[in-house]
Design a protein around this ligand. Structure first.
Ligand code: COA
Length: 270
């Protein structure tokens, strides 16, 4: 249980979480369940979803799994309807399904670029589009999981940078269009997060990890629980007037690129 939030602040709510079988999204699902929400997990692999739902159930929460690929609109709509039927309604959504692999632009085929755009950007649109009719009422919230790549250009990440920049603009457009219905739409942009598939791919050796950590003013990676606590806040009534925001949770890393390089360069002379 988060020590930051002592009350069960999502009692009576139902959350749909794509990519909910693992990583940051599963951490969010667990945090939401601890705070009284019933959670519906959507992902490609039924076994992963079943295992995650069972783990949440054993901890005293309520969770169901609904397999679908976010790239397949009809299958995704079916999974969202099944989630709504299972829990009676949907109040909260986390669009977390994502794909990534490090590759130079010249090292990826058009299909490789498209697969990340399709999972991250089109998949987020598909989820928002398909869930909206279930969600359309004041108090509802959507959070799209973005990344630092949305506003920090990175080598080997052209596909992810383009996709996540699109996700954040989608967040802002939907916040404007759906605000009058009382539906809030926000993005969370994590930096490096420990113990995730993404960081296993992007920081595969202790040396790369150390190098990345040097560029973070708080001198460490985030924990999945820290991202989950932010999602909990943004999904709760405590954030009832926040919409269209991209909330960065990166220990200051995105601020510090040039600053950290200058500090390292100047330090020997100080
Ligand atoms: N470098 C270059 N191209 C790559 C690649 C790499 N490391 N990994 C995959 N590709 C290419 C494939 O060759 C293929 O292109 P092609 O058809 O021209 O050969 C294309 O990407 C699609 O690959 P495929 O494996 O068929 O797609 P998929 O839909 O099964 O997988 C990915 C999607 C590629 C994003 C895969 O990495 C994935 O499923 N990731 C999910 C987990 C994840 O990334 N988590 C971290 C989130 S931050």
């Amino acid at each position: 249980m988060s020590e930051v939030f002592e009350k069960k602040i999502l009692n009576g709510k139902t959350a749909v979480i794509t990519g909910g079988g693992s990583g940051i999204n599963l951490a969010i699902a667990k945090r939401f369940a601890e705070h009284g929400a019933r959670v519906a997990l959507i992902g490609r692999t039924k076994e992963k979803l079943d295992a995650a739902a069972a783990e949440i159930g054993e901890a005293g929460g309520s969770a169901t799994g609904h397999p679908a690929d976010v790239r397949d609109y009809d299958a995704l709509s079916g999974a969202i309807k099944a989630a709504s039927d299972a829990h009676g309604k949907i109040d909260l959504v986390i669009c977390g399904a994502a794909g990534n692999f490090p590759a130079p632009a010249l090292g990826m085929s058009a299909n490789a670029f498209k697969s990340v755009i399709d999972i991250d950007l089109l998949g987020t649109f598909n989820t928002c589009r398909a869930v909206f009719e279930h969600l359309r009422r004041p108090g509802a919230s959507i959070i799209n999981i973005s990344a630092m790549q949305a506003f920090t250009a990175m080598p080997l990440q052209a596909h992810v940078c383009a996709a996540k920049a699109g996700v954040d603009m989608l967040t802002k457009c939907l916040a404007i269009e759906w605000g009058p219905d009382g539906v809030r739409v926000n993005s969370i942009a994590p930096g490096a997060v420990d113990d995730t598939e993404g960081m296993r791919r992007l920081a595969p050796t202790p040396e790369i990890r150390q190098q990345l950590t040097r560029g973070v003013p708080l001198k460490r990676f985030a924990t999945k629980d820290e991202i989950a606590d932010l999602a909990l806040f943004l999904s709760s009534d405590a954030a009832s007037f926040i919409t269209g925001a991209v909330v960065v949770c990166d220990g200051g890393q995105s601020l510090a690129g040039l600053g950290i390089s200058m500090m390292s360069a100047l330090r020997p002379r100080a």
